[in-house]
Design a binder for this molecule. Structure first.
Ligand SMILES: C[S@@+](CC[C@H](N)C(=O)[O-])C[C@H]1O[C@@H](n2cnc3c(N)ncnc32)[C@H](O)[C@@H]1O
Length: 222
């Protein structure tokens, strides 16, 4: 009964666009960035929390999730999705398909013992990105005390160490502005052969969404 009510509440909330992801999907749709595109949802969970905001725009939708028990629920929530039970951070080094839209809804700190935020998967997104790509990821420009109290591993020593490894000296890893953060990602994408041509930030809670539209940089050598 409780799970039925939860499911109904979630569906109602989606119908009312009551989740922060809708600010992102509205921006993507308004700019015509995701209609009829191929999608990769790299950390799918059950597929019921945020994918409903953009799933309907996909011409092809692939969902990766490490937990085998969730595969059936993904299929139920996203019936046309191609579901792979896999470690996304390894899968992304092997898959041969390329995508127009890549969604990285990774955990908020260190996870799986060795991974952290989108830091281990983003470097390999460029090998599976089409020339025009949208990447949606979670970022943490800062963490208010209330969130650190609620999630004690957020911004703990291990997490901050990984943040320093990824952002280097380019960012203050404890607190920075959206402008400073996008400057980092513009540089990062450029070093990986892509120019960010548009972007959108939106706070969801402790995490903030960063959606970027990027274009492959054409080499000048004819
Ligand atoms: C933050 S949740 C994703 C939520 C999902 N996007 C949604 O809206 O419902 C992260 C998910 O990633 C999965 N996960 C964790 N490590 C993974 C890995 N290495 N490869 C694939 N999935 C992983 C977890 O099991 C969890 O379901």
């Amino acid at each position: 009964m409780i799970s039925f009510l939860r499911k109904y509440r979630r569906k109602l909330k989606h119908a009312l666009k009551g989740y922060p992801i809708y600010a992102v999907s509205d921006w993507l749709v308004k700019n015509n960035y995701i209609q009829n595109k191929t999608f990769l949802e790299a950390f799918a969970n059950t597929g019921e929390h945020q994918a409903p905001a953009y799933y309907k725009y996909a011409s092809y939708f692939e969902a990766w999730e490490i937990t085998p028990e969730l595969a059936a629920q993904i299929k139920e929530n996203l019936p046309n999705a191609v579901v792979k039970v896999t470690n996304s951070i390894e899968e992304i080094t092997k898959t041969t398909r390329k995508f127009d839209v890549i969604i990285l809804d990774a955990h908020m700190g260190v996870f799986g013992g060795i991974y952290c935020e989108h830091f281990d998967i983003l470097p390999n997104c460029f090998r599976i990105a089409n020339d025009e790509v949208v990447i949606v990821m979670n970022v943490m420009p800062y963490a208010e005390d209330k969130w650190k109290e609620r999630y004690p591993t957020v911004f703990d020593e291990k997490h901050l160490e990984r943040r320093k490894q990824f952002y280097g000296n380019a960012l203050n890893v404890v607190t920075c502005t959206y402008d400073e953060m996008i400057a980092f990602y513009k540089d990062y994408f450029r070093k990986n052969g892509y120019e960010i041509t548009d972007y959108f930030f939106h706070q969801r809670h402790l995490l903030h969404y960063l959606a970027v539209k990027a274009t492959k940089i054409k080499s000048n050598t004819a």
